[in-house]
Write a protein that binds this ligand. Sequence first.
Ligand code: NAP
Length: 332
Amino acid sequence: MSKTVCVTGASGFIASWLVKLLLQRGYTVKASVRDPDDPKKTAHLLALEGAKERLQLFKANLQEEGSFDAAVAGCEGVFHTASPFTNTVDDPQAELIDPAVKGTLNVLGSCAKTPSVKRVVLTSSAATVAYNYKPKTPDVVVDESWFADLEFCKRRKNIYGLRGLQLKMWYVVSKILAEDAAWKFVREKGIDMVTINPSMVIGPLLQPTLNTSASAILKLINGAQTYPNVSYGWVNVKNVVNAHILAYETPSANGRYCVVERIVHHSGLVDILRKLYPSLQLPDKCADDKPFVSTYQISKDKAKSLGISFIPIEDSIMEIVESLKEKKFFAV
Ligand code: NAP
């Protein structure tokens, strides 16, 4: 009998890889999707090796209480990955914060009433670790003991006038509130939970649609005149998914795990792209004339203790560009 686990938001970028690698490892996967009748969300899952024998789809929505009960029933592990990751919302509370926070409590509520559940792995974000007032310079090493500051994120949305950046911070706010609510809930209910806190995740897309972190790369290679003055962390989706699985399988795993290969200013990202693809038309100037936002480091020690061996950003960028090309998201 193979072990049964649940993956929420299974049609998403990270969750699709999670379902693929869990099936490969012999698990039976109960996967939740919002619309099981939409082939754009399910065909790539149903085509995975092992899906016919060991993948079951369940309809569930973060906003509906009790919606995940059937998907969680009988599972030993629950990977809660579903959460809206978008920068284009009109109502951040309704479109980002409520589904992230209430949705997480909703999934954990199903876990609390399911005695078979031994561990929950929550997909959080490196933003919930690093976004605070502490100075960040290339020699600063952020680790899992750091926590983001909600006020910093709320203020940041006011400092930046640009709509895009404003909204990006609302996504971060949704992740901070969701992780915080999750820790409170599991401590109260005695649920064993581990969080995975990745930075921007890239690599090959299994799903046919464009997800937000992939679109950050697509923007650069699809005719942008300038690059934004930002420094983000990047990591390969296979590292992120393996971290989820190892955090579930390793009995001693606990707390939060940052999963970040490298923090790079967008100018550095353009340099890597130029070296890999000299013929691409890439932006050659920054969107503003302020000093470049500093890079910093995020400790890899805890992720490495799980057995993660990080894929270099250059390889991850090549994988995502090839995937975007193959899926015809941009003309070569
Ligand atoms: P994605 O491709 O957009 O997937 C998000 C998933 O959440 C989708 O399957 C979506 O379902 C589901 N979802 C959204 N609202 C829902 C609702 N109300 N009810 C049920 N499901 C809902 O994003 P991703 O990049 O894979 O991100 C997955 C997780 O990783 C999220 O928790 C995100 O915050 C976290 N994360 C992502 C990155 C990154 O760079 N990609 C970095 C750090 C953390 P539909 O398919 O039906 O829309």
